[in-house]
Design a protein around this ligand. Sequence first.
Ligand code: SF4
Length: 328
Amino acid sequence: MNANKQITIDANRLSLDQALLIQAPEVTQSEVLDLINRFNEGVASLLLTSYDQRELRVTKDKIRRVLRCERNLVESQISKDKPTPAMVIGTLLDACFTIHASGGELEDPTKDALSFLSAQGEDLGIDPGAEDLVRAKVEEGCTKLLAFWDTDAIRDKFSLRLQDRIAISFDNTRLQLIGRPDVVLSGLDSNYEDVVIIDVKSGTPKIFDVEDAHLYALMETLRSHRPPSLIGNYYLAIDRLELIAPSLQLLDKEANRTLSAIAKMVEIASTKSAAATRSVELCRFCPINSTCTEVTEDDRLGWAAPEQPISFEDAIEAAIGTQAGPRG
Ligand code: SF4
């Protein structure tokens, strides 16, 4: 099988359209159809044998939670994670990106993003003690965004879908696999040829980002019967675009990961119980981390220190368990 080709783009050195010339590993149509059939059969065997057909909405957030700590998934439905300034900055920068990439003006980025979110029914509160920091970081992120993302040039070359809702349904079940990547780019002459999926991130690379990109690759394959040619994340804070050309191996692995998550969700719904499992990525932000017996006082003290970013290569390694392919 072909390795995944990984591409790192320093925004100052390589333009987006140069990146798109990079060839994806070839996945044949019969391999794609086999993968889709296997996935559909996997979903059917999970849901038709052991689930009572209530609606089950599966998202990237639920998948990442349930595979690490079932209890965290349940608790996150009861109360949201404690929003940190970093989360607020991320939400605001996401909104700024959507405004800018759809041709809108950003005069006061924080204010414009808050208005945009409010118009969508999301009223984001900013802790007064963190307001200066949030404003400064959003301003800084937007300066990089405006320099990197040339909206007019990109719209001249590509068909662009922002916040593109993907919803995959499965025969005879009430399961939906739902996602909303920030950007789906394709050639101007066809909706689904050479699709590139990019999420915009305000922080540094994290393992979740790689997992999310892989899920979008699977979802696009299920939706259009054609894998995207590139998937990845644009990191505003470090002004870098990280892309992967997905191979059949990556898609297979993601299909298995997603099926494992669905199996756990079905089990939680059937047994009405959810085990707590300590998780480096989740405990720190978990709504019940002050009382959960799985975490220690040392853990809680450690969370006071700033989070250490991991490299993109380590995130790949942790996410798919294989050596990343050569850099393009
Ligand atoms: S604190 Fe950690 S172990 Fe406990 S429920 Fe939350 S994520 Fe799970």
